[in-house]
Design a protein. Sequence first.
Length: 460
Amino acid sequence: MIGKVLQPDLEELIQRQNWGELRGILSDLEPFDIAEIIGDLPPEDKGVVFRVLPHGQAAEVFAHLPFEHQEELIQSLSGEQMRAILNQMTPDDRTRLLEELPSEVTRRLLETLSPEELKAARELLGYPPDTAGRYMTPEYVSLRPDMTAAQALDHIRRSGRGKETLDIVYVVDQNGKLLDDLRLGVLVLADPAANVGKLQDQSLVSVPATADREEALQTFEKYDRVALPVTDAQGHMLGILTVDDILDVAQQEATEDIQKIGGQEALDAPYPEVGFLALLRKRAGWLSVLFLGEMFTATAMGYFEQEIERAVVLALFVPLIISSGGNSGSQAATLIIRSLALGELSLRDWLRVFGRELASGLSLGVWLGLIGFLRVILWQRLGWVDYGEHYALVGITVWISLVGVVSFGTLAGSMLPFILRRLKFDPATSSAPFVATLVDVTGLVIYFTVAYLVLRGALL
């Protein structure tokens, strides 16, 4: 809303080249609000607004802009201006920008960085994608273990400005090896003469730079930290992960899982930014697999063609039977996938889950089967549908079939995530559509097998 109100005024100031008043208006706003305003301005005015911002404020605003607006500004700003902005950005924000840009643009931007910032950016970019090393920032406060608490606080005052966070400080030896982490409050309340290396605080928890981002997220959740140190294989301190970085990771992980549960590959970017052909590729693969799976449903229907010809009434309940199995399987799969993702379940819990879901499937099947049986009886008695003289047997067939199909669907949906996790695949790929397709085929087999046994000598 702020951007909508100020945009005409800003455009007028730009036309009049009243840079002083423009700078004064922007200096009173938060970086996020300025980013919104810039997003609404014409392309030719975006760079103008950036040129009047102080470098530090410009870097914060730039980090809040959507990627497409960042790319426009890169094209419009001079190399000197871009270098100033990049040098002021936090390393983790700068790394995400450099990862998303085309390689030629990234190379050109890296050339504008100062030697110190270039080294930091290249170190961050050297870690595999989606690892803790790609999300960490090397800007943190470190203390030596032989410092006193008073010396440590003086050191924080001198060196803490511009650091990502001061809530946690890190004790490292002269070789850079991580020894401990301390909350700032511990230092403030400690005896000024107390030795930093002997102060007692929470247990030390760190994340390897090569750890997957999901592993880092689980560590944050498990230990309830606002920041975690990132180390190499020898335990040397490389940087820190802060809670704002890991919240971005949590959102991305949840988005990927939801997209996979929907029966497609996870998108590599926000939906509006994904190209049409890329979107087709992401969706066509799983749709093709699911389509081929549904072809087995037609095969199963063909196998029971004679039974259907003899008792056409059986075909009326096919959608009811297979959809109930698919729905129960999708429910179970969604519950187990999420529990595995949150760490509520592990592979060793499969037998307990099997027993619980078997009982659930049988209970739900009996309940749904009862509803199906009563539906057949009532519709026949009220004269709404004529199921023939053996309508009671048809109702029993529906009841028993639903018990079998719902039980199978529940077990399939709950066990597939465990199987995929055991095979080192993402459990989210046992998506609801995949489970539904599997249950469609087996549901038909169960239904017509039960019908043959119950109706043999009557309708069959």
